[in-house]
Write a protein that binds this ligand. Structure first.
Ligand code: CP
Ligand code: NVA
Length: 315
């Protein structure tokens, strides 16, 4: 589960069904007695806490490990880290500096025949768990995602790519407005078999006009600190402010994956305003993570790939 396109539209629908906040107490304890490794090469507030609590709600035990503790490709290779964690855990989830690290972890586990899924907790390419929470939030607010117009204003980054993939799969149209040089590439989404429903724009006004959702994210993502001055210059005029929100549909909502930088990509007035649903969105990170983990565990069980470390082999 490295990219949102690793789930088909039907599978994404099933994950969303399993992500309901209702009936928490009756959840199948699909992780009972099992561990989930949560690796963080970058900081996190939402993802770490959402994941830890989701694992607990499914009866499992989360082990959070900071990047410097593991020293991926410094202390030992990403492949050896993955093989080691797979000795103890039912799932390996990782936030990495380079997406390639996740691919190498998957390759190492496939090679060893292990039935331990690897989940992307944010890479420089995608943030799929965020996108599942995002479409869950849109579905909760509007009843369904299909037919909605989502205007993403800002950097066409990891969050943007996963959002476009998830929203497209569910039948929404996404308009992405970015400054020249910071938009989606032609290659973005090309490998998604479901195809992306996206308009690539430079005008934020055009993107938000009549839209149901306005979405934004930071201009400077983790790992891009050296580019911060150039980025702040390039994104001037792309701040989501009250005048921009007024151009969207009257019923429009404002979303942001957080952390937010008030006065940069979004004004404090909009973030704290009545159309903002960012805290519902943040809360949904836990529900969406639980839904995905439940889905992955039941899939592994059904396909006979659930690993049993006590026997020292996959069964
Ligand atoms: N939205 C999100 O992933 O937040 P964190 O970086 O705090 O995990
Ligand atoms: N695009 C941001 C998202 C943070 C959750 C980053 O990668 O830093």
């Amino acid at each position: 589960m490295l990219k949102i396109s690793d789930l088909s539209a039907a599978e994404l629908g099933e994950v969303l069904d399993r992500s309901s906040p209702d009936g928490l107490a009756e959840r199948d304890q699909v992780l009972a007695g099992r561990g989930v490794a949560l690796v963080f090469e970058h900081p996190s507030a939402r993802t770490r806490n959402a994941c830890e609590m989701a694992v607990v709600q499914l009866g499992g035990h989360p082990v959070t490990i900071r990047g410097e503790e593991l020293g991926i490709d410094r202390r030992e290779t990403a492949e050896d880290v993955a093989r080691t964690l797979a000795c103890y855990h039912a799932v390996i989830a990782a936030r990495v500096e380079r997406h390639e690290t996740l691919e190498r972890m998957v390759g190492a586990l496939d090679g060893a025949g292990e039935g331990v899924p690897v989940v992307n907790l944010l890479s420089d390419e995608e943030h799929p768990l965020q996108a599942i929470a995002d479409v869950l939030t849109v579905a909760q607010h509007f009843g369904e995602v299909q037919g909605r117009v989502i205007a993403y204003v800002g950097d066409a980054n990891n969050v943007c790519r996963s959002l476009v993939g998830a929203a497209s799969a569910l039948g929404a149209q996404v308009r992405v407005a970015s400054p020249p040089g910071y938009g989606l590439d032609d290659a973005d989404g090309a490998e998604d078999p479901a195809g992306w429903r996206v308009d690539k724009l430079t005008s934020p006004e055009e993107a938000v006009s009549g839209a149901d959702v306005i979405y934004t994210d930071v201009w400077v993502s983790m790992g891009q600190d050296e580019e911060s001055q150039a980025r702040r210059r390039a994104f001037a005029g792309y701040s989501v402010d009250a005048a921009m929100v007024a151009k969207a549909a009257k019923h429009a909502v404002v979303m942001h994956c957080l952390p937010a930088h008030r006065g940069e990509e979004i004004t404090a007035e909009v973030l704290e305003g009545p159309q903002s649903i960012v805290w519902q969105q943040a809360a949904n990170r836990m529900h969406a993570t639980r839904g995905l983990l439940e889905f992955l565990m039941l899939e592994a069980e059904a396909s006979g790939h659930r690993s049993d470390h006590r026997l020292g082999r996959a069964r």
